[in-house]
Each structure stands twice: as C-alpha cells, then as structure tokens.
Design a binder for this molecule. Sequence first.
Ligand SMILES: [Zn+2]
Length: 315
Amino acid sequence: MKKSSHSVKHIILYLLAAVVVLMTTLIPSASQAVLAAPAALADTAQVMETADSLPEPATDTHADNSLSSGSVDRQIENKKLPSRVAIIVDDFGNNMRGTEEMFKLPVKITVAVMPFLSTSEKDARRAHELGLDVLVHLPMEPRQGKPEWLGPGAVLTKMSDAEVRQRVEAALDNVPFAIGINNHMGSKVTGDERVMGIVLAVCKERGLFFVDSHTNYRSVAGRMARELGLPPVENHIFLDDVHSVSHVAKQMKLVHERAMSQRYCVTIGHVGIQGKETAAGIRSGIAGMKDSVEFIGISELVRDEWKWNSQVTLP
Ligand SMILES: [Zn+2]
C-alpha cells in the first residue's frame, strides 16, 4: 500500500510537472500574440501620423527626442550632412556702405532688406538674381535705443492688433522675393507674446518663417514658432558687435567651431557704416573654413533641419 501510494504520488508529480511545462510554453506565447497586435497597430498609426505630418511641419516632429521612426531616420540623415553655416547680412535697403562687398562674397549669404527705403526693392531684386535668399528685415521696437534707428514702418508694442498686422503685411508687400522675416532691433517686440503672435500668424498665412535675430535672450519667438508649426530658427552669433576686420574674423572662428560641434550655425553681420570692414572679416573667415563647412542660404537650413517646405510663390 505504501509502495503504490508512493507511485501515485510520483504520477501526480509527473502530471504537475507536465502541466507546468505546458503552461510555461503556451502562456507566454499566447500573451505575446495578444501583445503583438496592439504593437503592430501602434506602429502603423505612428507611420501614418508621420506621413500625415510631413507636408506641414508639426511641432512634435521637430523635437529631437521624438521616438517616431521618421524623426530617427531624420536624425541619421542629418548626421550625414556636412557642417553648415548660414550667414545673414542685415540692414540692406538704404544703399548702405559694404553692400557691393557683401554681394561679391564668394559664398551664399542671406540678404535681409529693410522695407520702404531708397534701395529696398533694388537690393532684394539683385539678391534674388544672384540666387540668394531674401528676408524682410522688419524694424521692431527695442527696449533701449533711439527710435530714429528703427526706420520706417516699424512695429511697436503700443499698436493695436490691426495696426501690427497692417505694418507686417505692408513690409512684406514692399520687399519682393522675401521668403521670411527677421527682426531689426526688436528686443522689446520679440519678448511680447501678443505682438509676436500676430507677426508669426502673418508669416504662417503667407508660407513664410521668422528668424529670431536674438536681440533679446528672453525672446518668445522660438517657442511660439514651434507652437505654430513654424521652424524655430534663430541667430547664434553676431559677427560685428565690435566693428573691426579682426573682430569679425575672430567671430567667424567661433561660427566655425559651433558649426563643427552643433552641425550648423546661423550668424548675422551688417552693411552700414562699418559694412566694408565686416565684409572683409567675413571674407577672411570664409577662407579659413571653406574646406570643412558648407555655406548655405537660410532656406536650405529650414528645409533640411525642420523639413520646412515653403509654400511661397515668388514673383
Ligand atoms: Zn538691423
């Protein structure tokens, strides 16, 4: 009796072991199958969302930490690009000193033209004919600085919504071939959500983008541009805050370093009283970096970094 109860125990143990083996082999595969379906659906949904958002750059596709497959591909794709530099030259439009020298630089620059001045149209047209990008260099109220430095048609924070809109639209209508706007002065306006909201809304309606010259480190322009699905492009380095050839050349070295470490750099110089010196400094800087970076227009930067497809039809 003892012996048979022992063998019954053995049989029960064998049965239990068999059940355990069956359960460990069957249940995980079953649960995997259940899990696999939503995962596959999620993947499809993600792919569709990425495809849907391609024509219009949505804010989340710009986030570097986005996990969507599209943005990972884009990061890999971006890593293959050579380091790039976009030089924007401000204050064209008033036959300023250095205009000729800037147009004769051996690389692509972006020409920012102030509206309503004696050579606004001429400078914009010439830039376009040379294959250069044109921005409207929109005068905007600074926190400090003389009002007469602003130039005609400036956007001020005391203006009503309708007045701000009218000023932005008039400036855009005055400068042909513009693909975007950047700010002349503007440390007060770029910190003002209401006024920047109107400026960016007009940009969006017209298929343009806004380049924040970054005269105000508390600027709201970048964040608001992201929220509207516009490329949050901004200036990184001013070239001629001190007006000498050697200073500009030194700043160009910083531009080079940033482009090499951050993949691209946006920099701003000026035509004007010291425009020839700035052009000479840029020219000497170009000679020292032309083998390791690519000089591009701002339109190429927003196209490649933020997948921004301008809908502007140029005349
Ligand atoms: Zn300016």
